[in-house]
Design a protein around this ligand. Sequence first.
Ligand code: DGI
Ligand code: FE
Ligand code: FE
Ligand code: FE
Length: 189
Amino acid sequence: MDKKEIKKRLKELLKDKRYIHSLGVASVSRHLAENYGYADPDKAELAGLVHDCAKNLPLEKMQQLADEGRIPMDLALYNSKALLHGPAGSVLARKLFNITDEEILSAVYYHTTGHPDMQLLEKIVFLADYIEPSRDFPGVDNLRRLSEISLDKAVLAAYASTISHLLDTNAFIYPLTMEGRNDLLKKME
Ligand code: DGI
Ligand code: FE
Ligand code: FE
Ligand code: FE
C-alpha cells in the first residue's frame, strides 16, 4: 500500500490529535534517519507514520490482534492499553497496510518500552515519538537539542524521562523498559 493510502486509512483510524502526532513522528524519524546514517529514510518515515496505528482501539481489539499475531506475552503487557498498543500495532500494520518489513514492524512493536539491543530504526522511532513538534512536556526542548548531538544520549534521556514520570505517578514500570535503559547505559560506558 502506498503512503497516501496509508495516511487516509490512518486518519480514519485515529483521533485528530493522534493523527497529527503520527505525521510529526514520521517527519522527525526521517530527519533522524538522515542525521544518523540510517540507510533508508523513506522506511524510517513510514515506521514513524504507523507507530501508533493501534493506539485508539479498545483494549479488547488490541488483545485480539495480539492473539492473531500469536505473540507470546505476559499479562502485564496483555492487560495494559498503554503497553499493548505497540505490539498490537505491529500486527495491525501488517494486516491493514501490508507492511512486511521486519525492521519497521519491530520499531512499531517496541516503540513504547524499548528493549535491550535496540537497532537503529527502533531508536529513531522511539526518540521521534518523544520529540516530535506537537509534544509538550518539561524538558522536551533539551531532549530536542540532545537529539541533534547524540542519538544514544537522547534515547537514554528519553528513557530517564519516562521512568521518572512513572515513578512520580506511582505507575507500574514494565521490566523491559528498565532492561532497555540499563542495556543502553552499559553499552555507552
Ligand atoms: O503512544 P504515545 O502516547 O505516543 O507514547 P508511548 O507509546 O511512548 O507511551 C504510551 C504510554 O505508555 C505513556 O503514557 C507512557 C507509558 N509507558 C511507557 N513505558 C511504560 C509505560 N507505562 C507503564 N505502566 N510502564 C512502562 O514501563
Ligand atoms: Fe505509542
Ligand atoms: Fe514513546
Ligand atoms: Fe506515539
